[in-house]
Design a protein around this ligand. Structure first.
Ligand SMILES: Nc1ncnc2c1ncn2[C@@H]1O[C@H](COP(=O)(O)OP(=O)(O)O)[C@@H](O)[C@H]1O
Ligand SMILES: N[C@@H](CCC(=O)OP(=O)(O)O)C(=O)O
Length: 366
């Protein structure tokens, strides 16, 4: 990519795509497509994470409002997703851009191989100047295995492709100190260095079309920050608004974004997978000295600091690491649970040396 050109993930919520009575809203989509095209025309790489499948599809199933049952939502998404893609394909073609559809499930992230394939596909599409449009594969996702909402899916995609900025577009121009839908006196917070529990407590629920509300956007922005990526939460009004966002003039809330600062490369993909996606097979508890060594001095975890082992895991599987009852991170264990148990026994005191988790295979809690 050329100097000064950014890699961006733009997530757009149902409320910014669908009509309030359901179905695709062509005016809203025209604005979004023009704004994304302006970014592309300025030389930036963009991945679009688009919600709106359920909201665009439920009307065709005969529902008056967003359905509640899983089966109805999945059927609505099957209809709405193709309507959305049809509209995107047509509208982006007017700007001479081709699009590609990628539907993901949580399982695609937790399976290391599928995760790598998703990365390769996205990279190739971006190299070829195609605009990837991602949504959750709603028709096959079951409640326990979803991303929660697309705000989180967008954050994980931003991590995967090492984006420079994650833009979350919604129907509200950022985070307010109270839900602005119910409180006309609410004041906007334009900049956040950190998303603390107090900040999270300011956010309320979703609009009638959306799912997670402002809270899920904050949680997603916090995850993105943990992956080394700043965020912006705001509303689109004009086609050149997104270019303004990159310059720091966006109408919304920024999370740790500094336009003048060089883009960080973010957390390495391997560490992201360990921290957020890997299946967990067991856990160990370590003492305070070991916790300090791995968290502050960035050392590897040595056998001498391990106090307890739980679960049944093999060598090279990911385990959780606790200290004084708190989860401090996850890492790939060089030993199986049984071997560790044996090494912790009093009879093995003399053999208690060696590395349990190498620092390159360790990720602290995000
Ligand atoms: N403190 C707050 N600041 C801003 N918006 C808030 C706040 N609390 C709740 N909201 C609500 O969050 C909604 C946006 O979330 P959601 O409906 O999930 O949007 P989307 O469909 O774009 O993902 C807004 O309509 C707004 O009313
Ligand atoms: N995958 C779902 C989106 C769920 C979701 O997170 O919606 P939103 O809160 O509008 O971003 C759909 O396309 O309808």
């Amino acid at each position: 990519m050329k100097k000064g050109k950014m890699r961006l993930v733009v997530k757009v919520g149902s409320s910014s795509l669908a009509a309030s009575s359901g179905g695709v809203d062509r005016n809203k989509m025209t604005l979004l497509v023009s704004a994304v095209s302006a970014l592309r025309e300025a030389g930036h790489q963009v991945v679009l994470v688009s919600s709106g499948a359920v909201a665009s599809g439920y009307q065709s199933l005969g529902y008056q409002q967003r359905p509640r049952t899983l089966a109805a939502k999945q059927a609505a998404a099957a209809i709405g997703q193709s309507l959305l893609m049809q509209t995107y394909t047509q509208m982006f073609a007017a700007h001479r851009f081709s699009v590609a559809q990628i539907l993901l499930t949580r399982g695609d992230f937790s399976d290391r191989e599928r995760y790598q394939h998703a990365f390769q596909t996205l990279s190739l599409l971006l190299d070829k100047n195609i605009l990837p449009i991602i949504n959750e594969n709603d028709t096959v996702s079951v409640a326990e295995l979803t991303f929660g909402d697309n705000d989180m899916l967008g954050a994980l995609v931003a991590g995967l492709i090492h984006a420079d900025l994650y833009l979350i577009l919604t129907d509200t121009d950022g985070l307010y100190d109270q839900d602005p839908r119910n409180n006309p006196a609410a004041k906007r917070i334009s900049w956040l260095q950190e998303i603390t529990e107090e900040v999270e407590a300011l956010a309320g629920g979703a609009s009638t079309l959306g799912t997670g509300g402002m809270r899920s956007k904050l949680i997603a922005a916090k995850t993105a920050q943990g992956l080394g990526i700043p965020s912006f939460i705001g509303k689109l009004n004009q086609p050149d608004d997104l270019l303004g966002v990159l310059n720091g003039n966006g109408n919304g809330t920024y999370v740790s974004y500094r336009p003048e600062a060089p883009a960080s490369t973010g957390l390495p993909t391997r560490k992201q997978w360990i921290a957020l996606h890997s299946p967990i097979r067991g856990s160990i508890t370590i003492d305070g000295g070991a916790a300090e060594a791995i968290l502050k001095k960035r050392s590897s975890l040595l056998l001498a600091g391990v106090r307890d082992v739980a679960g049944s895991f093999g060598p090279n599987e990911v385990i959780e690491v606790y200290c004084e009852g708190s989860l401090i991170g996850r890492g790939v264990s060089r030993y199986a649970a049984e071997e560790l148990q044996e090494l912790l026994s009093p009879a093995a005191q003399s053999r208690r040396s060696g590395t349990v988790i190498h620092r390159d295979q360790w990720s602290q809690t995000i």
